[in-house]
Design a protein around this ligand. Structure first.
Ligand code: HAM
Length: 418
């Protein structure tokens, strides 16, 4: 039986990992400017953490969680997202007394049992950010502009920021009832999924991807027309600050997000180049979640982006030359075995990237491998070189070669390397 990876689960191979590492390093750099520190959260948690925070009627909790019973009989779930875990950690470690807002980010795999297709995986990576402890619209906008700065640094050109307000506990329940009433009169025009869920989660009808539902959604009442004063004020301040920050955005009144914990600002960044799964990032404000999970009242704002989708959008031009060896060691004959081993060891200890052929095949075959490795230099050790104590260093760019003293390998090669 040939074993293969699970459907919707991908290997990230050494030849592409440099792209991921670069994106992650840019995230570290930009996020630290805004005071965010990394947190590493567990891959699995108590199932109740996710069902309570993401919402019992969401697609994720209803049908996408990888839930299993462990040997002790506890129900555990592979994390489908990171926010719930960060909130759990925040409460568990009493992180609510920093001098200012508690700002954290995380990078890692998430798991959702979705139907795999281009851009939609069952194990996918997210970079997520959570700012915890302030209701200020300035936090919403700082986090969104940080994201745009991050995308800009990555060379992303065609991404679009879409925002909406989902209101608060004062205005959303009334809007939900209004929406339900409107939808009820048009059930025959909706997809089966929407018909089934509109009673429990009518807002999801607004962002259903099925064409006929989108037609209905276009004429349904919009939440931004039913905001109370507080939500209205918050939303207009967010827009004002985005304008001051020169961050282009559009208001999408049907943007509702697929997780239940949001209130007030919700946003997504989409890209035309992603096809039907066009959201590269999503997030928003969640002011009640910490309290709902038994922590103190803590207004929060955050987002998560899909790393596979993000990496696929970046216009990488060059090959990764960082991975190329500085030196390829060509060792010929029995006599070169130990000196070759020593030379590689010594050079690596001194910080050079050294590759070699372990089979000690013919000169021709080893030179072919050296060429393929894209090394800058080959260091050649044959019987003559061992006897004379002078090894041959060949520059692979111009084929020039010269002898170097075996006793001063590190310093002589250091002089030649650019
Ligand atoms: P989300 O919208 O469910 O939000 O996911 C965020 C991003 O993860 C999406 O925009 C997408 O790029 C990526 N993503 C989601 N599902 C998949 C999948 N099956 N395959 C590939 N990529 C996927 C959250 O997870 C919230 N926790 C975001 C948040 C943080 N809100 C506040 N703080």
């Amino acid at each position: 039986m040939k074993l293969q990876s699970i459907r919707g689960v991908k290997d990230i191979l050494p030849e592409e990992i440099w792209k991921w590492q670069w994106v992650e390093s840019v995230a570290h750099k930009i996020f630290s400017r805004y005071g965010f520190n990394e947190i590493r959260i567990p891959i699995f948690e108590d199932t109740r953490l996710f069902s309570r925070s993401i919402g019992e009627t969401t697609d994720i909790v209803e049908k996408e969680m990888y839930t299993f019973e462990d040997r002790g009989g506890d129900s555990l779930t592979l994390r489908p997202e990171g926010t719930a875990s960060v909130v759990r950690a925040y409460i568990e470690h009493k992180m609510y007394a920093p001098p200012s807002v508690c700002k954290m980010f995380y990078i890692g795999p998430m798991f959702r049992y979705e139907r795999p297709q281009a851009g939609r995986l069952r194990q996918f990576y997210q970079i997520g950010v959570e700012a915890m402890g302030s209701p200020s619209p300035a936090v919403d906008v700082e986090v969104m502009t940080m994201l745009l700065e991050f995308f800009n640094e990555l060379g992303l050109k065609d991404s679009r920021l879409q925002i909406n307000s989902l209101g608060n506990q004062n205005c959303r329940p009334q809007y939900r009832e209004l929406l339900k009433g409107e939808i009820k009169g048009q059930l025959d025009r909706l997809c089966k999924n929407c018909v089934n869920r509109y009673e429990r989660n009518p807002l999801r009808v607004l962002d259903c991807k099925v064409e006929q539902c989108q037609e209905v959604a276009r004429n349904l009442p919009k939440i931004i027309d039913h905001l109370d004063d507080e939500s209205e004020k918050h939303f207009s301040e967010v827009q004002n600050l985005l304008t001051i920050a020169k961050a282009p955005y559009t208001i999408n009144p049907n943007l509702v997000r697929g997780l239940d914990y949001y209130n007030m600002t919700a946003f997504e960044v989409t890209s035309e180049n992603l096809g039907s799964q066009n959201a590269v990032c999503g997030g928003g404000r969640y002011d009640t979640l910490v309290e709902e999970l038994s922590g103190p009242p803590t207004p929060c704002f955050g987002f998560a982006l899909g790393l596979e989708r993000l990496v696929s959008l970046i216009p990488f031009k060059e090959e990764n030359t960082d991975a190329n060896p500085d030196i390829f060691l060509v060792c010929l004959g029995e006599a070169a075995k130990v000196p070759g081993f020593q030379a590689a060891h010594e050079l690596r200890l001194a910080g050079f990237k050294v590759e070699r052929d372990y089979e000690m095949a013919s000169m021709k075959s080893q030179m072919r491998k050296a060429n393929k490795s894209n090394c800058q230099f080959t260091l050649i050790l044959g019987e003559n070189e061992i006897n004379s104590g002078k090894y041959i260093l060949k520059n692979m760019n111009n084929s020039e070669q010269h002898e170097i003293d075996a006793k001063n390998l590190v310093s002589e090669i250091g002089k030649s390397l650019t």
